[in-house]
Each structure stands twice: as structure tokens, then as C-alpha cells.
Design a protein around this ligand. Structure first.
Ligand code: HEM
Length: 391
């Protein structure tokens, strides 16, 4: 599996996925003992059959990050998962999220006002990064000015979350970030206990399941999950959309002429350049995938990025096609863990990209710009998107 190492910073993992889908779709890496799953049907099964493929982490495979998220819903199986999820799902219904639209538009316009006269910018730094952080910080009732700290923490967390890093020695940068994050959220939880507000953290503190409140580790894990999940992923969706639109001739013009096409175009970005390329599971029972036996106790990596390019499910999968419909991609997962933040991510991406299309006419990626991938094996997106436009 040396190829996976080479891939780490690769902007284009798709030829490798194709090779694995066709020659070794259920592959055990002898070095790490991890199973890697590449075909759509298998990835969908691994993500959704929670009785067989658990979201718990094996104790000995828990990185510092794993321990931080251990008590949060993404790492919990039913029936506890259902209880945890019901506590927070109210805040994330499409209706509740739609109410945030005016505020998201205002933040977007404010961010674009700062760069509009310049004619050039890195749109990750100027828009794709700050927008989701400001939105999630406001939802959680924490100062958006702390966002440089959030950025450092979540960068370190996603860097440490790859299939090989999970098994590696804990990284000191990641450990320090985890410690700071836990301290930050413990202090926040204490402040809100004393002085509740109308934010998500206060709501979670007041929430009860069968007369029991969330434990402190569950609260901290959930705050950390929201900060990382609500942050890097949406940033990368917007960055990936800018690259996909600018890289496919005629797309920007077409979206400008037919704004109604934008939500469908965003779904195609989610498929074509999935911001989360892989998720983990633990075999809770003996299982079989594509005729290969997976023993109970083994860990699996379900490659969402490979599934979303599987020709068994998508015609011309290597083509970016804004007209693709239906588009049953797995970018937000599948089954009980289906992304809770998907309505918010879709809304933020739509507002941000619409604003770019209307406010920055003639936008193009700076020719010859050296694009780099964010430092992570599982999160996928560009570090920068340097663009220019006509005033
Ligand atoms: C779960 C992707 C944005 C919160 C997930 C899962 C995926 C995913 C693949 C499934 C995990 C699994 O099966 O183990 C994405 C992508 C996003 C995005 C691609 C942006 C484009 C967000 C946002 C939030 C969020 C904005 C919150 C503000 C969550 C939470 C879960 C989750 C809380 C756990 C749900 C559960 O375990 O029941 N996300 N996400 N995500 N996401 Fe997202």
C-alpha cells in the first residue's frame, strides 16, 4: 500500500482509486492491518450496516484525536447514537438552517467587500475558510476572533486522522492542540452553565435523555466535532467547487446564466471532489465483502472518494458534469451517521459561490499557480485557490 503514502498530498488520487477498484477492491494492508474498501456498493454497506461495521474505535487504534471524539455521536453506535443525535438534530433541520441564510449572506458579502477592489485573492483564505468558521462560532456562541486558534487545532486534527497516522505515534502538535481544545471547551461549558444563552452549547447543556444529561466528555467531544466537522469540510467544498468550476470550460458562464443550476452543480462537486474521502469502521462481527472474509475486530477504511467515481454507479465518472441527475453520491455518508450538517454545508456553499459568480465577474484561477492539497489523507481540498477577476 505504498501508494497511499505517495497519495498523501496528491491532488489527484483518482487513477490510484481506479486501479484499486478494479484489481483489489477489498484490500488488506499487511503493514497496518487495515482493510481498504474501494467500490461503491461495498463502501455503502460498510457505512450503513452499523451492527456489523461499528463506528466505535478500537482502543489500541485510538489516536489522541480518537480519544477526543470517542464519546461523540460520530463514534457511537445505536441505540446510544440515536439518543445523542436526537438532542442536536433540531438545530440542523433544513428549516432551522434556512433561517441562517440572511446572516450567511451578510458574512459572505462582508468578506468579499474586503477583497473586491483588489482584483486578485486567495479565495480559500479570503472566503472559503472564514465563512464556515464564523457561522459555526456564532451557532456555538463563541467569539469568531478565536478562529486562528480553531484553524490550528482542526488542521492538526485532520492531519493526524489519516489511516496511517491513526496507528503512528501521537504527534506532539496534535496532542497540544487536543489539550488546548479540551481546555477551551471545558471553560466554555462552565461559562454557559453559569450564564446560559441562546446558543447550541447552552441548548445541549439543558438537554436531557431519559432524565439524564449529556456527560462532560460527550459535551466536549460534540463541541470539538462541530468545530472540525463544520469547518474544514465546508471550506474544502467551496475550494473544490471553485477549482471544478474554473477548471471546466464554460461552467462559470453557464452558472452565471442559469443560477438555478448551482445546487445541482454543488452536488456534482461533492461527488467529483469529495471533501471527506474516507471514513473508518470496526468489524463488530465476522463479515464478507465481495467474497473476501473480514474477521471481527479488524478495522476498515471506506473510501468515499473512490466510491463516488465507481463506473458501476456513475456514467463517465471522471467527467465533471453539472447536468448529472440523479447523483447518488456518498459524500455525506450513508445510514444513521449521514452528515448532520449537510443542509448547512449546502447552504453555505450555495451562498458563497453565488456571491462569487455575481460579484467577481470574469474570475479565473491564476495560470500556472502551484496547487497544494491540504495536509490530510482523508480531507480533500486545495490549500489555496489563487484567482483574479476583472473589476
Ligand atoms: C457526519 C461529511 C459538513 C457535522 C458526516 C459524515 C460525513 C460527513 C461523510 C459521516 C461520518 C460517518 O459515517 O462516520 C461532511 C462533508 C461536509 C460536512 C463532506 C461539507 C461539505 C458538516 C457541517 C457540520 C457537520 C457543516 C456541522 C456544522 C457532522 C456531524 C456528523 C457528520 C455532527 C456526525 C453525524 C452522526 O454520527 O450521526 N459528515 N460533513 N458536517 N457531520 Fe458532516
Amino acid at each position: 500500500m505504498e501508494n497511499l503514502q505517495d497519495l498523501e498530498r496528491a491532488l489527484n488520487p483518482y487513477p490510484f482509486y481506479e486501479q484499486m477498484r478494479e484489481s483489489a477492491p477489498v484490500f488488506r494492508d499487511e503493514q497496518t492491518g487495515l482493510w481498504h474498501i474501494f467500490r461503491y456498493d461495498d463502501v455503502e454497506r460498510v457505512l450503513s450496516e452499523h451492527a456489523t461495521f461499528s463506528s466505535r474505535q478500537r482502543q489500541d487504534e485510538q489516536s489522541e484525536t480518537g480519544r477526543l471524539f470517542a464519546a461523540s455521536l460520530v463514534n457511537t453506535d445505536p441505540p446510544r447514537h440515536r439518543q445523542l443525535r436526537s438532542l442536536v438534530s433540531q438545530a440542523f433541520t433544513p428549516r432551522a438552517v434556512d433561517a441562517l441564510a440572511p446572516r450567511i449572506e451578510a458574512i459572505t458579502n462582508d468578506l468579499l467587500d474586503r477583497i473586491a477592489p483588489a482584483g486578485t485573492a486567495d479565495l480559500v483564505e479570503a472566503l472559503a475558510y472564514p465563512l464556515p468558521v464564523i457561522v459555526i462560532a456564532e451557532l456555538m456562541g463563541i467569539p469568531a476572533e478565536d478562529r486562528d486558534r480553531f484553524k490550528k487545532w482542526s488542521d492538526n486534527v485532520i492531519k493526524a486522522a489519516g489511516p496511517d497516522e491513526v496507528l503512528a505515534e501521537d504527534d506532539p502538535g496534535e496532542e497540544a492542540s487536543r489539550g488546548e481544545m479540551v481546555e477551551y471547551f471545558l471553560a466554555l461549558i462552565e461559562r454557559r452553565r453559569q450564564d446560559p444563552g441562546h446558543d447550541l452549547v447552552s441548548a445541549l447543556l439543558g438537554a436531557e435523555i431519559d432524565g439524564q444529561q449529556l456527560t462532560v466528555p460527550e459535551l466536549v467531544g460534540f463541541c470539538a466535532l462541530l468545530l472540525v466537522a463544520g469547518n474544514e469540510t465546508t471550506t474544502n467544498l467551496i475550494g473544490n467547487a471553485l477549482l471544478s468550476f474554473a477548471g471546466n470550460p464554460g461552467t462559470l458562464e453557464r452558472l452565471r446564466a442559469e443560477p438555478g443550476l448551482l445546487p445541482q452543480a454543488i452536488e456534482e462537486v461533492l461527488r467529483y471532489r469529495s471533501p471527506v474521502q474516507a471514513m473508518y469502521r470496526l468489524a463488530a462481527a465476522d463479515a464478507e465483502l465481495d467474497g473476501t472474509a473480514i474477521p471481527a475486530g479488524d478495522s476498515l477504511v471506506a473510501w468515499i472518494g473512490a466510491a463516488n467515481h465507481d463506473p458501476r454507479h456513475f456514467e463517465r465518472p471522471e467527467e465533471f458534469d453539472v447536468d448529472r441527475s440523479p447523483n447518488r453520491h456518498l459524500a455525506f455518508g450513508h445510514g444513521v451517521h449521514f452528515c448532520l450538517g449537510s443542509p448547512l454545508a449546502r447552504l453555505e456553499a450555495r451562498i458563497a459561490l453565488q456571491a462569487v459568480l455575481t460579484r467577481l465577474p470574469g474570475i479565473a484561477v491564476v495560470p500556472g499557480a502551484a496547487l497544494e492539497r491540504v495536509d490530510s489523507t482523508i480531507v480533500f481540498g486545495p490549500k489555496q485557490v489563487p484567482v483574479f477577476w476583472q473589476a
